[in-house]
Each structure stands twice: as C-alpha cells, then as structure tokens.
Design a protein around this ligand. Structure first.
Ligand code: AMP
Length: 587
C-alpha cells in the first residue's frame, strides 16, 4: 500500500466525529492491505513503530523536528518555530509549510515535482532507522534522514510523519476502534472484534494479532494464547464501599488479600531471561535489577508468568513504606544508588502461565496453589497476605489489619468455578475496598488532564487550574468530571507545566466537553484526585445520557489532588464513567 493512501485515510478519519463512520473509513483502507504490511499498518495507525512493551519509540524532541522541517522547507528555524506556536500542532505546521513549498516548486519548475511515492513499509523502515540511531552525532544523523524524507513526500504525508515523530497521530483511533475496523475489513463483520480483542488482551501485540488474522484467518486468531515476553493486559478490579457489599458481590464467601500500595508488576521468566512489565505493558526490567535477582533466587521452575506488587520496604522495621518511595524507583539513571536507598519487596498474587500452559482459565484458588509451587518465599519475595472470609466481621477485621500494616485496603476475589483471570477487563471477579481519605467520599479517581487555564498571581506563567475527565470505554471518548486547582504544590505546578506543554493542541475530537478550556492537551497524563461528593451537573459531561435527564451529567465537588501522578496507567485505564455512576448511586 502506498503511504499516501494510508495518509488520505487518516485525514478522512480526522474529519469525522462519528465512531461507526470512523470504523467504516478505516476498514475500507485496511481491506486493501496485504498480510505482509497489515502488522506495520496497524502499529502506525496507533502512532507506534513497535508494541509498547518493546520499548523502542520514535519520539523526537520538538527542537529536532523543527530543525528537520526548516531544512526540508528551506525556511529558517525561527519561522518554523513561530508557525508551530501559532498553529499548535507539528503535523498541521508541516502540512502548511510543505504545501506552500510544493506550490512554489511547481511554479518554478512547471510541474516538475520531486515527490516520491513511498510504500508504507518503506516509510516504516526509514522511521525505524531514525529511532534506532544512537551514539555520537546521532542527533545530526536523525535530522538529516528526517529532513530528507520530509522534502520528498507530499504535504499530507508530512503531516502524519511529523505526528508520528511526536508520538500521536491525532486521528482519534485507539486500539478498540482499530480492532473493530480490522474485524470488519477481514471478516466483513465488526462483531468479530470480540475475538480479536481476546487475542490482543493476551499478548498486547497488535502487529502479531493483525498479521495472524490476515495470514491465517479468524479461527487461528481465536486460538491465540499467552506467550512469554509479550505482556498480558492486566485484570483490574471493580470497587465496593462496605464489607457487606463486598460479601454480597460474592454470594457470601470469597478470598481476601491485602491491597498493597505499590507498582503492579508482571514478571516473565524463561531460564535466566527475566523481564518485568508495568500495568500499562511497558518494559520496566532495567529499573529493577534487584527484583530480577530475587526472582532468579526464589524460582523453583524455569518458565512462568506471575504477577504481584512491588512496594518500598523498610527491612529493619519490617514495614511497607508509602507509595511515594517506590515511585522514585521508576527512573532510568542512578539505579544502583536508588536500589540501596529504596529497597523493595515483591508481594505476589497470581500466576498466568506455567508448565508451558496458560493459567488464565484456571480458577483463582488453583492459580494460587500453582504460584506456591513456582516460588519459594524469602525476605524479598512474599505471597500477598490472604484469607477466606464468610462474614462481614471477618472482612472488617482483615480490612483494619491491612490499614495497620500500611496497605491501601483489601481486595476481594471470587473463589467460584468461573474465577478466571479476565485479561484486560475490570470485572466483578475482583473488587477493591479502599481506605477512605479524610474526605467524605471514600474513594479516589484516576482522571485524565484534558485542559487547563493559565494561573494568576503566584501561579502566573504556569497552569493554575485543570479540567479533568473520565473515560467512556464504550464510545472511546473522554468526558469532563471536574475542574481542579487545589492540592498542588509549587513543584507540582512546575512539573505539570513542563510535562503538559508539548501536549498542547486543538480540542481533541474524542473529548466530550461543553466547557471551553483555554488550553487543550492530548490525553496522556493521569492524576489521582479525591473530593467531597459527586453531584448532578449541567456543566460536566460525565455519564450524561445515563441520568434521568439527558441534560445532566455528574461532577466531583471540592476536588483535591492527592499528590499522585498515575504514570503507570494509560489514559484508557483511567476511572470510567460507569464506575463514577456506580459510586454516585451508592452515595
Ligand atoms: P486500582 O489501581 O485502585 O484500580 O487497584 C488495582 C491495583 O491494586 C492493581 O492494579 C494492583 O496494582 C494493586 N494491588 C495491590 N494488591 C493487590 C492484590 N493483592 N491483588 C491484586 N491487585 C493488587
């Protein structure tokens, strides 16, 4: 497929708001792809060169992109910079600048265009080459290749190449929509998305799933199982707000575990090769060499996938330390120093693969038994503290003990026959019951920063208030839930200003908002927020359409930032409108 045809499809996608229409537009183009290119096309459509867990990203600094554009267009860097500031989007800037250039070139050479017709795979290879250049002089080399490419493509192609190097195509296509379009393109029926999603949740690898679909068909996709070193999308929990409700959810008996306040980790091991993946499937192996050592020391088998929580641990006092400590271990430099400053312990709670078999479909208690055959406990590795409970007094007692032992609360887990591991789902097989903050509402929300207003007075020159939203999984959109300005330290505001500035853009079309924000951002940063109460609101769009009055949505009153940036959750893993509605109905 020619890259320009794919870009035309992206452009058409940008210009429609309706989800079904987007699926049709994308499916029509995907239907023309062959089995050798569909994998890369799928990745590019999500703005990526590789699945997240591979850890190779294109993401060039804005300065490099500006230099490349200046070289490709013959404009000064200053001119490109000011054009970018005016337009606020690298893609549109490239499109405009190159459009002008093409026209003037055409005029000068009477139709002699120097445009090359690139194939999708050729473009992928050039970008991959850029991503992999390292070492001395790498910046110059990257700029040279990129500017060379930009000067040979059409302005529309330049729009999307520029967005690829900024890490976001801005077409509004996320994985769910792509899976639906692939299903329609290859099987003629969007409903078969269910099988593609099942496979994708097992391996987080869109290239692999789409290639199997095109090469071998739907029946083979249905058989895709978990594979080592390809992270499984994690299972998440619904929430409850009392021990009675917890018990009711499980018909009177369940398993309880401590809910540790740390970093979720999925551990894949084959012989000495051990890799760690975060909740959002990123490869975090290099940040925890100590954990790799613990696993190698404690493993009784050579090959498995297990899950647990990494917490910061004070071995002298035998206590778990607050989340803020372990979050400092998520760094790429000075790792050795941090290992001795912040020792960690791993609490394991699940097994997903062992003895060459997927364990996802085994019942929970069976999985826990298997886990014990795989790992020997040590000072550094423990199994999550667990009991079986049959009445709410036992639950309350366990909950209070968990809080005393520095945990966030407890997890209730189904012990029924169908207590399988639901990859990628937030089902009712697991529920979380968390400790209340000192606010009226007993739970917190992980919300996406959608927009901001500039601050005044002490906050001048930074963002002073933020528009936050939840995720609507069915529609694939973000809905506004609250505006927040409380709970931020000066350092927080500095940090957010620096992180959010490169994400500024026009209002994304996947944002459902009646509120006009001064500044909009790409959905990327998720923060934890608590508040006093959820109220009905005509201003906010969260859950609108589900309330008795179609005009009303839900809003969080008196929101406060808890100080926690949830950087291991992708925006699509933020609190959903459904969850918020459930909490509202229980208030
Ligand atoms: P939340 O982040 O509030 O949605 O809660 C779910 C998270 O709790 C999981 O992603 C894990 O990181 C964490 N967690 C802590 N302890 C456990 C446990 N015993 N079982 C499952 N998840 C746990």
């Amino acid at each position: 497929m020619k890259f320009k045809d794919l870009c035309q499809c992206y452009y058409n996608l940008e210009n429609t708001q309706k989800k079904l229409e987007m699926v049709d537009i994308l499916a029509e183009t995907l239907a023309k792809a062959d089995e050798k290119e569909i994998g890369k096309i799928s990745l590019l459509t999500l703005g990526k060169l590789y699945p997240d867990f591979v850890g190779i990203e294109l993401m060039l600094a804005e300065k490099m992109a500006i230099k490349s554009l200046a070289l490709a267009t013959g404009k000064s860097e200053k001119a490109v910079q000011s054009s970018l500031e005016k337009i606020g989007d690298l893609g549109k800037t490239a499109h405009n600048l190159l459009e002008n250039k093409t026209q003037s070139t055409l005029l000068a050479f009477t139709g002699q265009q120097e445009i090359e017709q690139y194939d999708v795979l050729e473009i992928w290879k050039i970008l991959d080459n850029i991503a992999k250049i390292t070492g001395e002089g790498s910046t110059d080399k990257k700029i040279r290749i990129l500017s060379g490419l930009l000067s040979k493509v059409t302005s529309l192609e330049a729009r999307y190449i520029s967005r690829l190097i900024a890490g976001n195509l801005r077409t509004g296509v996320a994985a769910q929509l792509l899976l639906e379009a692939l299903s329609k393109a290859k099987t003629g029926d969007r409903e078969n998305k269910e099988f593609l999603e099942r496979a994708y949740n097992r391996c987080s690898d869109i290239e692999f799933v789409s290639t199997i679909l095109y090469e071998e068909g739907l029946e083979v996709v249905k058989q895709i199982e978990v594979k080592l070193f390809s992270p499984i999308k994690v299972m998440l929990a619904q929430r409850v707000s009392s021990s009675e409700e917890l018990l009711e959810r499980f018909n009177g008996s369940c398993s309880l575990e401590y809910k540790y306040d740390g970093l979720r980790v999925q551990i894949h091991k084959k012989n000495k090769d051990v890799r760690l993946f975060s909740r959002s499937t990123e490869n975090i192996t290099n940040q925890f060499p100590d954990v790799i050592q613990f696993i190698n020391d404690s493993a009784s088998k050579d090959e498995f996938i297990i899950e647990g929580e990494i917490v910061a641990f004070d071995h002298e006092k035998e206590t778990i330390l607050p989340f803020q400590n372990v979050s400092q271990r998520k760094r790429k430099h000075d790792i050795d120093q941090k290992i001795s400053e912040i020792p960690v312990r791993v609490y394991l709670f699940d097994v997903l693969y062992s003895d060459l078999k997927s364990r996802l479909d085994s019942a929970y208690l069976e999985r826990r038994e298997t886990l014990k055959e795989i790992i020997k406990e040590s000072n550094d590795i423990r199994f999550s503290h667990q009991i079986l409970a049959e009445n709410s007094d036992e639950i309350d007692e366990f909950f209070h003990q968990a809080i005393k032992d520095s945990c966030e609360g407890i997890m209730g887990k189904s012990i029924g026959e169908d207590s399988v591991y639901q990859a990628g789902a937030r089902g009712w097989n697991w529920v979380k019951y968390k400790a209340g903050y000192d606010a009226q509402l007993s739970d917190s929300f992980d919300l996406v920063i959608m927009g901001a207003e500039y601050g005044k007075g002490k906050r001048a020159g930074k963002y002073g208030a933020f528009l936050l939203g939840c995720y609507d999984k069915i529609e694939g959109v973000y809905q506004t839930f609250t505006k927040i300005g409380t709970g931020f330290t000066d350092e927080d505001l500095e940090f957010f200003f620096k992180e959010l500035k490169p994400l500024v853009r026009d209002k994304p079309k996947e944002y459902q908002s009646d509120i006009e924000s001064s500044i909009w951002f790409d959905p990327k940063i998720v923060i934890e927020v608590t508040g006093d109460e959820i109220t009905r609101s005509r201003l906010h769009s969260c859950s609108r359409g589900f309330m008795e009055s179609n005009l009303e949505g839900l809003a969080l009153r008196f929101p406060r930032f808890t100080g926690r940036i949830v950087d291991d959750k992708a925006p699509e893993q933020a609190t959903t409108n459904d969850e918020i509605r459930t909490i509202y109905l229980k208030q």
